[in-house]
Ligand binder design. Structure first.
Ligand code: NAP
Length: 247
């Protein structure tokens, strides 16, 4: 039986690398996106051309009803999800002295509310207590949760701290119901997310200051996500794994 994976924010960056690797390993993949339909559609075409199975579904996963609609689309088109990768996220850049409610809403909704809404849908379908056949959830946190983030990133860091705690709590809640829950904390990874604070040049300069002396790639993060989702990680539960080059 082909397994199904939902990757939130799967059209670009780390999510796209996860979706691509998952498809190459035989998963049917749902590539969720917010606005960039072009990137998500191109990835779905690329996966189909390589013999894989994928669909693109637009949904703002920070809104409960849209997260529910995403899972309904997957139920109908691919079958119940076996793996959820909570990857969608935003980086904000705002000093605390300039912070306002709109900016907090924007970042907490995309990074934290999305985890609750999508995990809720996943647990309702996967939990053996509720008649499901189990599954795995992998949450994308960040080393910002323990380092405090880059300048102006207090709210981003706070959302990632929340994700670490949420992952531990969810693991306790649903471990005995056949659902493994783990989190990955990437470090400095080359994606578009860094546009808000200096872009690629600043990112590469920061990368040179890390113990491995370089930034990481989305593919390197994807390898860890796929391993955590796989049967090879069957006794790995409630782990928060750094993929950060020693930073
Ligand atoms: P990215 O390249 O900016 O991609 C973000 C993706 O999330 C996009 O596909 C975007 O959709 C989607 N998205 C954002 N808000 C969404 C929402 N409300 N609903 C649905 N999709 C939404 O980011 P990335 O670097 O790959 O980051 C992926 C995850 O890794 C994030 O959680 C991020 O915090 C975490 N992370 C990244 C780094 C890094 O250095 N890159 C480090 C630590 C942690 P559209 O394509 O439609 O815009």
């Amino acid at each position: 039986m082909q397994k199904t994976m939902i990757v939130t924010g799967g059209g670009r960056g780390i999510g796209a690398a996860v979706a691509r690797l998952a498809a190459s390993q035989g998963y049917a993949v749902c590539v969720n996106y917010l606005r960039n339909a072009q990137a998500a559609d191109a990835l779905v075409r690329e996966i189909a051309e390589s013999g894989g199975k994928a669909i693109a579904v637009q949904a703002d996963v920070g809104i409960q009803a849209q997260a529910a609609r995403l899972f309904e689309a997957v139920d109908a088109q691919l079958g119940t999800a076996d793996v959820l990768v909570n990857n969608a996220g935003l980086l904000g850049s705002r000093l605390v002295a300039e912070m306002d409610e709109d900016e907090l809403d924007r970042v907490f909704r995309a990074n934290v509310y999305s985890m609750f809404f999508c995990s809720r849908e996943a647990v309702r379908r996967m939990s053996t207590r509720l008649g499901g056949k189990g599954g795995a959830i992998v949450n994308l946190s960040s080393v910002a949760s323990r380092l405090g983030g880059l300048a102006g990133g207090s709210h981003y860091a706070a959302t990632k701290g929340a994700i670490d705690s949420f992952s531990l709590a969810l693991a306790k809640e649903v471990g005995a119901e056949g659902i493994r829950v783990n989190a990955v904390r990437p470090g400095l990874i080359r994606t578009d997310i860094h546009a808000v604070h200096g872009g690629p040049d600043k990112l590469e300069a920061l990368g040179r200051t890390t113990p491995l002396g370089r930034t990481g790639t989305a593919e390197e993060v994807a390898q860890t996500v796929l391993w955590l989702a796989s049967p090879q990680a069957s006794y790995v539960h409630s782990a928060v794994l750094d993929v950060a080059g020693g930073r």
